[in-house]
Design a protein around this ligand. Structure first.
Ligand code: PMP
Ligand code: GLN
Length: 400
């Protein structure tokens, strides 16, 4: 198993990030995808779709290549994509985003997150509050930025945070509250009370809210509500998203961040020395995607709901207890009824035992909180129906 993200640290010499044993370890996603290739197991680990996105978007990228859009785009992003992001935020959320000053395109949400942290962290005493479990790049990026990570646990069954614990975690040292909603890996969509409390605490302690909304179009019980839409929130919120999930194009790495112009300028200052620019022909293609009719977005959600139902029913039939998601790519299941009370061990053995790859929730948890998530396993539902059917059939047939 690869290094646990929470254990990553900045070396005393500031030389870089090392895993605890001093070597660069692959991420859990890379390790598990390699295991799927090696064993021939079905990969329900790393969250990427196994089908292409909409034809119009693919065709627009081919067309952009043919039209010679193969050199550096502007550092802020292709103007048509900047305009399309602004239109999208108004159309779906009523948000007002100036395409010239308030938004930049990044190399996926990952670069947006890292550039934001590097831009906003001033001192080693700055703290970044995140909900735990958390996406693996968060702890690494906070360490790179030289800040301290403070975690607020999300506990089963509903994975909503305890508001008192949240309030106690945000202090005057908090520079950023980082909120991933819908949430990977738990699938939770945060309640209005949680969102309001995040804003209240950010205002009280003068913190910046950074959101990671890469699953914004994959919410199952009603429309996504960006934190930036709460009254007073936009002036202190950087909203991050990505085209990867919405358009099944995770390899294109087109993301964006929008917010107050002064904060965006700070993020752009860092971004221009990380990648300067990225994905020239993909940017106009994503502009086409963001302008697709409502039916595209609704159909994508409906298809994923169906896949989660199929996966959840199959996992239950195989003996798992499932914790149904409210959004995103993943279903979390408890493997304890199958003797998998150590999910890390369980997932390591699963490819050989059942021909399926999944990811233990422990990979998203700091070392000191591993016990709270011991039996929990994350399965990706963003695969073709026949792949999911085969995976759950294999799990049902395996002897645990
Ligand atoms: N945030 C979350 C919560 C994710 O699940 C992922 C991975 N899809 C990312 C960020 C990274 O997004 P991107 O591939 O656009 O960098
Ligand atoms: N976001 C994807 C997941 O959670 C992984 C992306 C990656 O491998 N960095 O599975």
């Amino acid at each position: 198993m690869s290094a646990i993200p929470g254990a990553w640290r900045r070396t005393a010499a500031g030389a870089g990030l090392l895993s605890p044993d001093g070597v660069v370890a692959p991420t859990i996603f890379a390790e598990m995808s390699a295991s799927a290739v090696r064993t021939g197991a079905i990969n329900l680990g790393q969250g990427f779709p196994d089908e292409d996105g909409p034809d119009e978007v693919l065709e627009a990228a081919r067309d952009a290549i043919s039209r010679g859009m193969n050199q550096y785009p502007p550092g802020r992003g292709n103007p048509d994509l900047l305009a399309a992001i602004s239109e999208h935020q108004r159309r779906f959320y009523g948000l007002d985003v100036d395409p010239e000053t308030a938004v930049i395109v990044t190399a996926g949400a990952t670069e947006a997150l890292t550039a934001t942290l590097l831009a906003l962290i001033d001192s080693p005493d700055d703290e970044v509050v995140v909900f735990e479990p958390y996406y693996d790049s968060y702890a690494a990026a906070v360490a790179l930025a030289g800040a301290r990570l403070r975690t607020v646990p999300l506990r089963r069954p509903d994975f909503q945070p305890d508001l008192e614990v949240l309030a106690a975690s945000v202090t005057d040292r908090t520079r950023i509250i980082l909120v991933n909603d819908p949430h990977n890996p738990t699938g939770v969509v945060f309640s209005p009370e949680v969102q309001a409390e995040v804003l209240r605490l950010a205002e009280k302690h003068d913190a910046v809210i950074v959101t990671d909304e890469v699953y914004e179009h994959l919410t199952f019980a009603g429309a996504h509500v960006p934190l930036a839409t709460l009254p007073g929130a936009a002036e202190r919120t950087l909203t991050i998203s990505s085209a990867g999930k919405t358009f099944s194009a995770t390899g294109w790495k087109i993301g964006w961040v929008h917010g107050p112009a002064d904060l965006i300028t700070a993020v752009l200052t860092v971004k221009q020395y990380l990648t300067f620019a990225n994905g020239s022909p993909f940017q106009p293609a994503i502009a086409v995607g963001l302008r697709l009719p409502d039916a595209f977005f609704a159909d994508a959600t409906a298809a994923l709901v169906h896949k989660h139902e199929l996966l959840g029913t199959g996992l239950q039939a195989a003996g798992f207890e499932i914790l149904p998601p409210q959004g995103g790519y993943f279903t979390v299941a408890d493997a304890s009824p199958l003797g998998g009370s150590d999910a890390a061990d369980f997932c390591r053995a699963l490819p050989e035992r059942a021909g399926v790859v999944a990811i233990p929730l422990s990979a998203f948890v700091s070392p000191e909180h591993q016990g709270d998530y011991a039996g929990l396993v994350r399965f990706a539902a963003c695969k073709r129906i026949e792949v999911l059917e085969e995976a759950v059939a294999r799990l049902a047939a395996a002897s645990f």
